[in-house]
Design a protein around this ligand. Structure first.
Ligand code: HEM
Length: 511
């Protein structure tokens, strides 16, 4: 009798669950979902091509550019933690980033996943904690001193280290990993700007410490975001896998931060940390060490790598060089030796319109932050009519925006700097709808370092291209690494040969 009762109860519960699941699955328009595990098997199968998989799912929706899926198909959880809305529709992105900014904070899942790495720093906080830091930082970013400081750090690194490493490689006919070098360079610059201390991870012997931590920190944190929370928490407790590597790398960064903070306390300078240390929050308190330490540099090599790695490299490089040559001919005269003696000043870099277009085009197709996740505070409806339940997650795929024909046209997959130029080719013209291009984010959380980033990228690209011709090492495969910011799995291995520069006749100068 008991057995029959148990059997019927189980059968009734299973039928009720399957009916519930069928009703849920009917409403979801993303990848196929399975009982209990939802679309998790697909996430797992596509973990090595996650960004392209999301783009494919969004394509499959036609012009809708939004889908909904669920990774925990269990009643109560399915419409909360396990529920994902993925979009690349510019109107929806604007709604999330600007119109209803307060309804879409980073939220608890993101903050917990990033807590070990970013604590309560500007990149990981919401509400008042974020606002105070944002206001303080925003004031600093408007000063000319910061631009000058950035120019100083960038130019010094190029002159004293990058060129020496590249010259040696060209002379010895050995290859270099350009991604690794540029990552180190950007990291050193940001550390210099932020803490007044250059860790010199870019040096001739290429030390394998600090800058290498990114290759561990980011993939491990991405795993925390993609899979249900209990999985990474269990790994953390057991101290295994990605969580073990994460803890070790965090220690390296923590030590560096403690050293930098102690050094600044003794000898304040004009760096951001020294300035933050003097500021007070609304209650008149100084920012605590925990906040100062967590405003650590984010590892973004800002896309420079992709420009240099594209197939149209030769043509593109010729156009860029023509433009730089034209500027340098005006500022430094016809002697080409003078063009390569010193890196470009930021004022010279400012004038490079075509190069800026090429960099923007690179970031359109390969945004440094490919996907961003936001928490839905209260029930809402996106401009395209998609209903979002409170407690769920909305992902806006920056990587996919650039790959949608409905947004960027039939030629969206082509690398075309010209789409960023005015009809006369003499002005940089970003799209009228700013939310078609959110590589630097948008709304109240827009990247504060955008202008500096363009100047830095322009200086570095000029410093490399003016001096050398690059060729990809035969057989080298350029592949994406799955991480929170876009990287190439095997780096970008190139050979270098000195470039012969010719001063262009005045008329041949246009981009
Ligand atoms: C190509 C290079 C860069 C790209 C693609 C980029 C992109 C971004 C993105 C997507 C965000 C939003 C992050 C979020 O909401 O969590 C952001 C925020 C920010 N970026 Fe950048 N960034 C770049 C370079 C820089 C540089 C060089 C600096 C500083 C010198 C900088 C300073 C900041 C700051 C302070 C924020 C925080 C804004 C906030 O949360 O209020 N960025 N950036």
């Amino acid at each position: 009798m008991d057995t029959i009762l148990i059997f019927f109860s189980l059968a009734a519960a299973t039928s009720a669950y399957l009916l519930w699941f069928w009703l849920l699955a009917r409403k979801l328009n993303g990848p196929k979902v399975w009982p209990l595990v939802g679309s998790l098997p697909h996430v797992f199968m596509n973990r090595r091509r996650f960004h392209d998989w999301i783009a494919t799912n969004l394509h499959a929706t036609g012009n809708a550019a939004t889908y909904q899926t669920c990774t925990i198909a269990i009643p109560f959880l399915a419409r909360k933690q396990g529920f994902y809305t993925v979009t690349c529709h510019p109107k929806n992105i604007e709604h999330i980033l600007r119109t209803r900014f307060d309804n879409y904070p980073k939220g608890p899942t993101w903050q917990t996943a990033f807590h070990d790495l970013l604590g309560q720093g500007i990149f990981n906080s919401d509400g008042e904690t974020w606002l105070i830091q944002r206001k303080t930082a925003a004031l600093e970013f408007t000063t000319r001193t910061l631009r000058q400081a950035m120019a100083r750090w960038v130019n010094r690194t190029i002159r004293t280290r990058l060129w020496i490493i590249l010259d040696k490689a060209a002379k010895d006919h050995t290859s270099v990993d350009l991604q690794d070098l540029l990552l180190r360079l950007t990291f050193d610059n940001i550390c210099g700007l932020t803490f007044g201390k250059d860790p010199e991870t870019l040096s001739i012997d290429l030390p394998k410490t600090l800058s290498r931590t990114h290759s561990i920190l980011q993939p491990a944190t991405l795993q925390r975001l993609l899979y249900p929370g209990f999985l990474w928490r269990l790994k953390k407790i057991l101290h295994v896998g990605a969580e073990r590597r994460l803890r070790k790398s965090l220690q390296v960064v923590e030590n560096y931060m403690t050293e930098a903070l102690d050094a600044r306390k003794e000898t304040p300078s004009d760096d951001l940390l020294s300035r933050f240390m003097k500021k007070r929050d609304i209650d008149g308190n100084l920012f605590p060490n925990t906040v100062l330490k967590r405003n650590r540099p984010q590892f973004r090599s800002c896309g420079t790598r992709h420009v240099i790695g594209r197939a149209q490299l030769v043509l593109l490089a010729e156009k860029i060089i023509r433009e730089i040559s034209a500027v340098l001919q005006e500022t430094r005269g016809k002697d080409t030796q003078k063009w390569i003696e010193e890196p470009l000043t930021f004022d010279e870099a400012d004038r490079l319109i075509y190069l800026k277009a090429a960099l923007a085009e690179t970031l359109r197709l390969y945004p440094s932050v490919p996907e961003d996740f936001k928490y839905v505070v209260s029930d809402d409806v996106l401009p395209d009519g998609t209903a979002l339940p409170s407690g769920s997650t909305v992902t806006y795929s920056i990587y996919s925006v650039g790959r949608m024909k409905s947004i960027w046209g039939e030629d969206c997959l082509e690398f075309k700097p010209e789409r960023w130029l005015s009809a006369g080719g003499d002005r940089f013209e970003p799209p009228k709808d700013g939310y078609k291009f959110v590589a630097f984010n948008g709304g109240p959380r827009t990247c504060l370092g955008k202008d500096l980033a363009y100047l830095q990228m322009k200086s570095v690209v000029s410093a490399v291209l003016l001096r050398y011709r690059l060729s990809l090492v035969p057989g080298h495969r350029v592949e994406q690494k799955m991480s929170l910011t876009l990287f190439m799995k095997n780096g970008l291995k190139v050979y270098l040969k000195p470039r012969q520069l010719v001063a262009p006749p005045k008329a041949a100068v246009s981009a």
